[in-house]
Write a protein that binds this ligand. Structure first.
Ligand code: FPP
Length: 264
């Protein structure tokens, strides 16, 4: 694959990976469960927040790389509804980190023509976070490059509940109470309306779970789990995930080889 000058490989291993990637068969939407910040910190005898700080650096690299590869959409799981169960000091730190990220990275986001979206229930976020997030979304609203969806106070089941309630509301308002709901109706009422479904879901730190993330949207996603902890997830590792994705045989329940004999 030819990569832009800004992504010129920094070492031989990266160069070899890049050469193998087929630039015409990149995923349309990559979703990432960024896991392992706490374990990364523990291994280094550092406080958990140091892991989150290092995690922001990985996020920054992956966001810029995906944008420059012209991946149409990237979704990052930054804060789940379940994360409120963490100690208040850690939650406060994560919120502060997000605000700092938005403030510091907005010029980079703009330069890369990225459109920022937030998915989740924003009303339960601290007001300062909500304001910063809304400002960043407004400022990038006319960008035409990659859509970057950050999942904040996000839960996949809550998203479905919200979608069904929106559909019910619309039915009540239009008097179309008897209208049938189809898959398209549900997709259009999710937080991710307008984004293609993820075709690649990456999870770091080796856990084999989807953790209430994009439950509807990942129906046909290829799942790539790596033992690497999120702060150690590099550009080269993203390339490895892309190569792995391109080796998969995506059948969507059908058959790859239609010439194969079905019966004896
Ligand atoms: C999981 O590590 C990660 C999170 C709870 C999300 C935090 C993500 C970041 C700080 C990346 C920043 C993202 C953006 C968009 C700026 P964990 O604490 O669950 O790790 P553990 O399972 O090892 O304890």
């Amino acid at each position: 694959m030819n990569v832009p000058e800004s992504l010129k490989p920094s070492n031989l291993a990266e160069e070899r990976l890049v050469r193998e990637i087929d630039g015409t068969r990149l995923p349309q939407h990559i979703a990432v469960i960024m896991d392992g910040n706490g374990r990364w910190a523990r291994k280094r005898h550092l406080p958990r927040v140091a892991g989150h700080r290092a995690g922001v650096q990985s996020a920054r690299t992956i966001i810029e790389t995906c944008a420059r590869l012209h991946i149409p959409a990237l979704t990052l799981y930054a804060f789940s509804m379940e994360n409120w169960r963490r100690p208040k000091a850690e939650i406060d730190f994560l919120m502060r980190l997000l605000r700092d990220y938005l403030r510091r990275e907005l010029p980079v986001i703009q330069r890369n023509n990225i459109r920022l979206l937030i998915i989740g229930r924003p009303d339960q976020l601290p007001e300062a976070v909500r304001n910063d997030v809304e400002r960043a979304m407004a400022q990038t609203a006319s960008n035409t490059g990659m859509k970057l969806a950050v999942a904040l106070n996000y839960g996949g089941r809550a998203e479905l509940v919200d979608a069904f309630n929106r559909i019910l509301d619309q039915a009540r308002q239009t008097g179309l109470a008897d209208a049938l709901v189809d898959e398209e109706t549900i997709s259009q009422n999710l937080y991710t309306a307008g984004l293609p479904d993820p075709d690649l879901l990456i999870r770091t730190s080796g856990e084999m779970r989807v953790s209430n993330f994009l439950l509807w949207q990942i129906a046909y996603a290829e799942i790539y789990v790596t033992e690497t902890l999120w702060p150690d997830f590099t550009r080269a590792q993203l390339y490895e995930a892309l190569l792995d994705f391109q080796k998969r045989d995506r059948r969507y329940g059908g058959l790859t080889d239609s010439r194969q004999k079905i019966t004896a």
